[in-house]
Design a protein around this ligand. Structure first.
Ligand SMILES: NC(=O)c1ccc[n+]([C@@H]2O[C@H](COP(=O)([O-])OP(=O)(O)OC[C@H]3O[C@@H](n4cnc5c(N)ncnc54)[C@H](O)[C@@H]3O)[C@@H](O)[C@H]2O)c1
Length: 306
């Protein structure tokens, strides 16, 4: 298939591109490089530096494609609180632009990067896809819920094939966000630099960490699906954040002090996915253990100046 990957110069997109190419697909990456890095884009992909808000460019590029994997988004929660207009414009308007351009070009399949944040504070664990969506505590979460809603609307109005992937906590090599607010890259970088590890909630929160290669697989398996599908992507294993820190110490063979950052507003205590649905329907299952994923992540940051 010929696939347009929006945001393909970012952390997750760059891994998805590689997998698509290795499976024989043709890939066009569209990214404005506001947060991504052209160096992360596989050389076999066609790279177009453009913004989702550029309707003319979208109309030019889209027509020869069979599907879109839509990952372009501003993602930093704290930034979204400070810049709600920018997030609304970039994420929501950008998505509506894309959907309109797809409709006009006859490209009617979209795989959308959503997030476990749409569930808000979970009503039960593990979280299943039919659980109700929850109250959002920041503009980023609202943009994700709204982007999902627009994708689903285009399914109902125009018969788009829509696959919504709700990621739990992705991690792995190539995560170069700036600012970085995700736990694992911050822990690994601090430990390698022998500086204190910044820890919220004394590390008592529970998260479902999903390794990037396993997450990438969840994007190529649904390419032939039609209709509307929503899948959680997680390992179904809740891990205390403090246990991740200890695992990193164990792998490195030394410890660094902890920097107690207290509580962080809006964080939920525990997030664990049920991934039963994607396992049953697409035969997806995660293969990389937390320990192996951490080893590979540490290796990445060790061999890249940080
Ligand atoms: N990383 C996570 O932990 C996580 C968790 C849940 C969901 N997601 C979602 O996954 C997707 C990818 O996340 P990531 O971690 O790879 O982020 P990232 O910031 O590394 O990648 C996003 C890419 O989108 C590009 N982009 C942003 N706005 C754009 C626009 N208007 N036009 C063109 N390009 C634009 C950026 O330049 C960047 O390269 C996002 O949609 C994010 O919301 C990420």
């Amino acid at each position: 298939m010929k696939i347009l990957v929006t945001g393909g110069a970012g952390f997750i997109g760059s891994h998805v591109n590689k997998l698509l190419l290795s499976e024989g697909h043709q890939v066009t990456v569209l990214d404005n490089l506001s947060k991504g890095y052209q160096d992360l884009v596989d050389k076999r992909a066609q790279f177009v530096q453009a913004d989702l808000l550029d309707r003319k460019k979208l109309a030019e590029i889209l027509p020869t494609h069979d599907a879109v994997i839509h990952m372009a988004s501003l993602i930093e929660v704290g930034e979204s609180v400070k810049k709600p207009i920018e997030f609304t414009q970039n994420n929501i308007l950008g998505t509506v632009n894309l959907l309109e351009a797809m409709k006009n070009s006859g490209v009617k399949k979209i795989i959308f990067s959503s997030s476990a944040c749409v569930y808000g504070k979970p009503k039960k664990l593990p979280i299943t896809e039919d659980d109700p969506l929850g109250k959002q505590e920041n503009p980023y979460g609202i943009t994700k819920v709204t982007m999902e809603q627009f994708c689903m609307l285009y399914h109902r109005l125009y018969n788009f094939d829509v696959i919504i992937l709700r990621y739990f906590n992705p991690f792995g090599p190539g995560e170069l966000h700036n600012p970085e607010t995700h736990a694992i890259p911050n822990f690994v970088k601090a430990a390698l630099n022998k500086t204190p590890i910044p820890l919220f909630w004394k590390g008592e929160q529970v998260r479902d960490f999903i390794y990037i290669d396993d997450l990438a697989k969840a994007h190529t398996l649904p390419l032939n699906l039609s209709g509307l599908h929503i899948f959680n992507i997680g390992t179904e294993t809740g891990v205390k954040v403090t246990n991740v820190v200890n695992k990193i110490f164990e792998i490195l063979g030394y410890k660094v002090p902890l920097d107690d950052k207290g509580e962080r507003k809006g964080d939920v205590t525990e997030l664990v996915a049920s991934a039963e649905k994607i396992k049953k329907e697409l035969g997806w299952s995660p293969e990389i253990s937390l320990e192996e994923g951490l080893k590979r992540t540490i290796e990445f940051y060790r061999s890249n100046a940080i």
